[in-house]
Design a binder for this molecule. Structure first.
Ligand SMILES: [Zn+2]
Ligand SMILES: [Zn+2]
Length: 215
C-alpha cells in the first residue's frame, strides 16, 4: 500500500483517515479503559485482498474499520489486541453510510479523526517479504520509504516477536489483512508509539477481527 495523495473522506475505498462508513445504527466505539470515544484510523475494503471473506458466512468482501483510543496516548493499552484500547470492526459492503461523530462538539476533532485522509495506491511486488518489497518499491520508483503506507495481505513483518492473535471464537491463529505504517506526514500520522507498525487480522469463518501494534 503506497501513498496515493489526499483521499476522499467518505470514499468506499481502502484509506487512512476520513470518516468511517458503517451500517445505520452503529455506535462510535469507545475505549474500555478511559471510556472516551476512539480515533478512526483506517478503512480496508476487503475485496482489495482478492481474498473474499468466507462465503459460508455470506460475507462477500465487506470492509474493516479500525479505531484506536487517543484520548490519553499511551495510557489505554492502545497496542493490545485484547485490552479494549482499539477496535477492528467488520461490516458488509452494502448499505454503508458515513458515521456521525459521537456527541458533536464535545470532543476535539483530533481525538476522533486523523488530520489528513490518505488514499492508498496498491502496488504488486515480486519481493518475497514486506521489508524487501518496501525497499524494492522505493528504489524502483524513486520514492521515499515513508510513502509506503503498509502492506495488504502477506505475512506480518514483526518489529518485536510474533504476536499473531487467536480468534476469540474458534481460537485458531488469525490471518493478516493489512500491516500499517504510521503514515508519511508526522503531523497527521497514526500513533503507533513513534515509528511503530500495526497489524489488522481477521478470522473469516467467525467474522472476527483484531488489531495490534508494535514499536
Ligand atoms: Zn482510552
Ligand atoms: Zn475463528
Amino acid at each position: 500500500m503506497t501513498y496515493g495523495g489526499p483521499g476522499e473522506p467518505e470514499g468506499l475505498a481502502t484509506r487512512t483517515g476520513g470518516i468511517p462508513l458503517t451500517p445505520a445504527g452503529t455506535t462510535w466505539p469507545h475505549c474500555a479503559t478511559c471510556h472516551g470515544p476512539m480515533q478512526f484510523l483506517a478503512q480496508i475494503v476487503l475485496d482489495d485482498l482478492n481474498r473474499p471473506m468466507d462465503s459460508g458466512n455470506k460475507q462477500d468482501g465487506g470492509v474493516m474499520a479500525i479505531f484506536m483510543c487517543q484520548n490519553d496516548p499511551g495510557m489505554c493499552d492502545e497496542w493490545s489486541p485484547i485490552a479494549g484500547g482499539n477496535r477492528a470492526l467488520l461490516f458488509p459492503a452494502d448499505g454503508l453510510a458515513p458515521m456521525s461523530a459521537p456527541t458533536p462538539g464535545e470532543n476535539d476533532e483530533e481525538v476522533l479523526r486523523l488530520g489528513a485522509v490518505s488514499a492508498v495506491t496498491l502496488v504488486p511486488s515480486p519481493a518475497a517479504d514486506y521489508f524487501s518489497a518496501r525497499e524494492e518499491w522505493a528504489s524502483r520508483s524513486g520514492n521515499e520509504l515513508r510513502n509506503v503506507l503498509g502492506q495488504l495481505g502477506g505475512q506480518p513483518d514483526w518489529l518485536q516477536g510474533d504476536e499473531t492473535p487467536r480468534c476469540s471464537t474458534c481460537t485458531h491463529p488469525m490471518d493478516l489483512v493489512a500491516q500499517f505504517e504510521e503514515g508519511p506526514d508526522h503531523s497527521t500520522a497514526m500513533n503507533f508509539g513513534g515509528c511503530g507498525t500495526a497489524f489488522a487480522f481477521t478470522c473469516a469463518p467467525c467474522v472476527q477481527a483484531a488489531f495490534l501494534w508494535q514499536c
